[in-house]
Ligand binder design. Structure first.
Ligand SMILES: [Zn+2]
Length: 497
């Protein structure tokens, strides 16, 4: 007789759903597992047999064959123990047949107790995407309570508990594992996010903070240029602080991404900030290697990727940024298997204006040719994908209207509002007549004028319009005014390097 069950395992880059088949037939007693199991899975035979005996369950007589499908890649670890035991129990008619709605994750102890798998959130999300409705896992498995919003999770202490769950009730109540929220993730309305408090502590940088807000609201990549000591790295690290909190689903997805590199800890509502060293390789950036690992662009997904001292990075690494910057995902192929990983990050980078760092700010000791070679590392296609390339001022030169001098918390709220407004609006941005409806008449006339003189390429026009639209959204306006275009053109004035 045949029994089946559903589980999932890690394969390095993407979790895979595993369908377990068990066949029990007459003949010489024998227990084999096929479907490319590794040694830990082969040892499951001993654990399952002992777990049956110590749980008072009859181990089926005769020939038992367990098949792990799909069979075309190697399966690792002990997390399939429970699913294999369930498939055998179904094949032996001890349990009712599989209805395909419940999945099982967990290792079996010889006693029949369930042990947690290393990381469960990414597996659970993968199973949910495959229409699994509920998941049985070890009671000691730590999963964030938010997971229960998307999938019914049923904790069990031992194998006989699972049998009771599957036989006594087909409609188990919504159960959430008893997991306490870690104290450092507890959020009180009155607590100011530490990053925002630190940003408030940076005085007299109103224009720079507004620039960060524009970048965050429009998800516009940003390059900050200035001499050493001007504070560009500090500003860049605070870009992520202006991001709104992640919603539960996105927070779970980022936790699932962290799990690809090992145990990932708690669920964080704050978006990730990744700041890799400039020795970063192409594989380190986009993912790959052996064993395969997600790259920085994936680990920074939904958050910020900060490349400090951009020109210290290898040319090949910088060139590899182009695909994820354009498509917000990366394709990785390895040993005949491919995976598409998210890379929905916002890039912020810093750079000196020249090798000595003083050009335009102090006495520059560089030769023209050195400066040209220095800037050539920012290849045209990469520069084209960074709409905000801005030279920082040593002193505030243009007085900022008091209305713009707001707290970091207010800025963050405006970023959130602006993002919602921009996400809802249509994506049509004709940068030449007929202009879009949301462009005010005076703004349209001004744009026509600068299109002729300053914004000479289609990409430059599109980017200026995107920046202007982000600025108007930050101000809570639907209509783009002339002042928004002016500010956008000013912000783009250095983008022709
Ligand atoms: Zn110089």
């Amino acid at each position: 007789m045949l029994g089946t069950s559903i589980s999932a395992i890690h394969t390095g880059l993407m979790p895979e759903v595993i369908r377990v088949e068990a066949d029990v037939s007459g003949g010489f007693p024998r227990f084999s597992i096929v479907g490319l199991p590794d040694s830990a899975i082969t040892e499951s035979k001993l654990r399952i047999r002992s777990a049956f005996r110590n749980s008072g369950l009859p181990f089926p007589q005769g020939r038992i064959t367990v098949n792990l499908t799909p069979a075309n890649f190697r399966k690792r670890g002990s997390g399939l123990d429970l699913a294999m035991a369930i498939a055998i129990l179904r094949a032996a008619a001890i349990l009712p047949a599989d209805d395909g709605t419940t999945a099982f994750l967990g290792e079996l102890r010889l006693s029949g107790e369930l042990a947690p798998v290393e990381t469960a959130v990414s597996l659970a999300l993968r199973l949910q995407a495959a229409n699994v409705e509920r998941l049985v896992l070890a009671e000691r498995q730590v999963v964030p309570p938010e997971l229960a919003k998307y999938m019914q999770t049923i904790p069990a202490v031992k194998l006989t508990d699972v049998i009771a769950i599957l036989t006594t009730s087909t409609h188990v109540n919504h159960v959430t594992p008893s997991v306490s929220v870690p104290p450092h993730d507890a959020k009180h309305e009155t607590d100011l996010q530490p990053g925002l408090a630190a940003l408030d502590g940076i005085r007299g940088k109103t224009a720079e903070k507004r620039l960060l807000a524009i970048s965050a609201a429009g998800r516009l990549p940003l390059l900050l240029i200035g001499p050493p000591g001007i504070g560009k790295t500090l500003l860049a690290t605070h870009l992520v602080d202006l991001f709104p909190d992640l919603d539960a689903r996105t927070a779970l997805a980022t936790l699932a991404i962290r799990e690809l590199t090992g145990p990932a800890g708690h669920l964080y509502r704050r978006p990730p900030l990744r700041m890799p060293h400039h020795s970063l390789t192409v594989a380190g950036l986009i993912g790959g290697g052996n064993p395969p690992q997600p790259g920085e662009v994936t680990l920074a997904s939904e958050g910020v990727l900060l490349l400090d001292e951009l020109f210290e990075f290898q040319r090949a690494t910088l060139d590899a940024l182009r695909e994820p910057l354009t498509h917000h995902q990366v394709h990785l192929a390895r040993a005949g298997r491919s995976a598409t990983l998210p890379a929905n990050f916002l890039l912020v980078a810093t750079a000196n204006p020249c090798p000595c760092g003083q050009r335009g700010y102090g006495e520059c000791r560089c030769m023209e040719s050195d400066v040209r070679r220095y800037w050539s590392r920012l290849s045209g296609p990469l520069a084209d994908r960074i709409p905000l390339i801005v030279y920082l001022n040593r002193q505030p030169t243009t007085p900022v209207p008091p209305a713009l001098d707001v707290s970091a918390q207010t800025l963050q709220a405006r970023v959130q509002h602006a993002r919602e407004q921009l996400d809802q609006s249509e994506d049509d941005t004709p940068s030449e007549p007929p202009f879009p409806r949301w462009l005010d008449d005076t703004a349209a006339a001004f744009l026509r004028k600068v299109n002729e003189r300053i914004l000479t390429s289609e990409r430059a026009r599109q980017q200026a319009l995107r920046i202007a639209r982000t600025i108007s959204a930050l101000e809570g306006r639907e209509t783009v005014l002339k002042i928004d275009i002016e500010e956008a053109v000013l912000l783009r004035s250095h983008a022709h390097m």
